[in-house]
Write a protein that binds this ligand. Structure first.
Ligand code: ATR
Length: 270
């Protein structure tokens, strides 16, 4: 995308750090938003090989017009060592995906995968407090979402996964962090749940099998996705046919952007 921002000596600089770098999307998401909101800031891709991470952070700390960054692989875990403060979700997940310097050049980082999902769900008007949630999948995104769900006062979390040992490990981690939330390994059966969330990669490809059997759904249930492309995955289509409410994957992304912008000092209303 052609940059239309006028960069001057007053422009605040943000980065997206990764290795490799060419695939990163954050600059093309943030820059149009900076422009839309009349913010004099720019986000640039920053190619940081792992061995350079320590020097890189030291350099940024010395640069007062550098505000913060989106963090992608392989830095999400190793960067934590160089942060001065890590938010609750980042600590629980064990990885961070955004960081900003405060006025004393202290680096503050957190993880917004789960909070972005929950914030998107709530903004769409879906209640989760005191609800029974079935999460299918127990990978990286699921881990973040599970902690955020527990933090949002759900009553019960069932975790289903192809590899049950991974689901069991996540159950253990969430239960010990949130002892008042009932968390259990579960089969991928939606019966008895209010909300069903697909966090597996099933649905990315047209010939994927479904993460749950839609014949077991009933119209009182909400079925949510984290896949953005395609917008309407096969399980969302099937759930719609049953009469369930559905929630797309896109809001999770939009709300993560808004959460990161907030730490950068800006309010992107969605
Ligand atoms: P992400 O970072 O996007 O969460 P991930 O950590 O690779 O990606 O997690 C992918 C999730 O999709 C996992 O829960 C995975 O199940 P396993 O833990 O058993 O690997 C699930 N998944 C991927 N392919 C699957 C398939 N063909 N059938 C069922 N589950 C699948």
């Amino acid at each position: 995308m052609q940059a239309t921002l006028e960069i001057s000596g007053k422009t605040r600089v943000f980065g997206c750090i990764s290795d490799p770098i060419s695939h990163v999307r954050a600059p093309s998401v943030f820059n149009p938003l900076f422009e839309k909101h009349g913010i004099d800031a720019v986000m640039v891709p920053l190619h940081v090989p792992p061995r350079g991470l320590s020097d890189f952070i030291m350099g940024l700390r010395a640069m007062p017009n550098f505000g913060g960054m989106s963090i992608t692989l392989p830095h999400k875990v190793p960067i934590m060592e160089f942060c001065d403060e890590i938010g609750q979700q980042g600590k629980l997940v064990g990885a961070v995906n955004y960081a900003a310097f405060d006025k004393d050049r202290r680096l503050i980082a957190d993880n917004c995968d789960g909070s972005g999902f929950v914030s998107g769900l709530l903004a769409a008007g879906h209640e989760i407090a005191q609800r029974r949630i079935l999460m299918v999948g127990a990978g990286g995104a699921a881990r973040a979402i599970a902690f955020s769900l527990a933090d949002s006062g759900i009553s019960h979390l069932g975790i289903a996964n192809r590899t049950m040992s991974t689901a069991e490990a996540l159950v253990e981690a969430v239960s010990s962090a949130y002892p008042n939330t009932e968390v259990q390994p579960a089969p991928p059966n939606p019966k008895g749940f209010d909300v069903i969330i697909n966090t597996t990669s099933l649905g990315l490809n047209e010939d994927d099998k479904l993460p749950i059997d839609p014949k077991l759904l009933n119209p009182s249930q909400l079925v949510a996705e984290i896949i953005m492309n395609p917008e309407e995955t096969a399980i969302l289509k099937a759930a719609k046919t049953v009469g369930c409410r559905i929630h797309y994957g896109r809001p999770m992304f939009d709300h993560q952007v808004a959460i990161q912008a907030k730490l950068f000092g800006y309010n992107f209303s969605i």
